[in-house]
Design a protein around this ligand. Sequence first.
Ligand code: CMP
Length: 153
Amino acid sequence: MERTLILLKPDCVQRRLMGRVIGRFEEKGLNVIAMKMLQVAPDLAKQHYAEHVEKPFYPGLEAFITGSPIVAMVIEGLEAIRVVRDMLGATNGLNAAAGTIRGDFSSSRQMNLVHASDGAESAAREVSLYFADDEICSYEPTLTPHMRAGDEG
Ligand code: CMP
């Protein structure tokens, strides 16, 4: 099982797309094991986007991500990090394949609706930025026997 950090960004919240995006993850069979709404402070934005802080687009990215509330979630599932990124599609909504979340709902590079961790190391780092261990509620869904065979993990 893998865990990945998902942010429903301000554009997702403002456009009332939270339910549809969460629904896509649920329908896929992924488990939401932590969730909270918050307004990102500039310090947290700098920690989250540490690799982008020096880039020319960072000031705009920080203004956007701190501008109105987001929803942070931890999602758990088999190969969840790759599966979720495949579901999101390319970073720029204009390039994201139809059928992906960004391909269906975004026409922007910055306002691409959802952030997801890009690897195991960043997932561990990002989950701990937003959630304490006791805020994560891992559980075995009763649906599991109907979602995959026992030898699939
Ligand atoms: P995200 O997956 O949250 O990770 C970094 C974010 O920076 C990315 O989504 C985009 O929203 C944003 N981003 C990446 N490249 C650019 C760019 N060239 N100009 C503006 N924003 C960008």
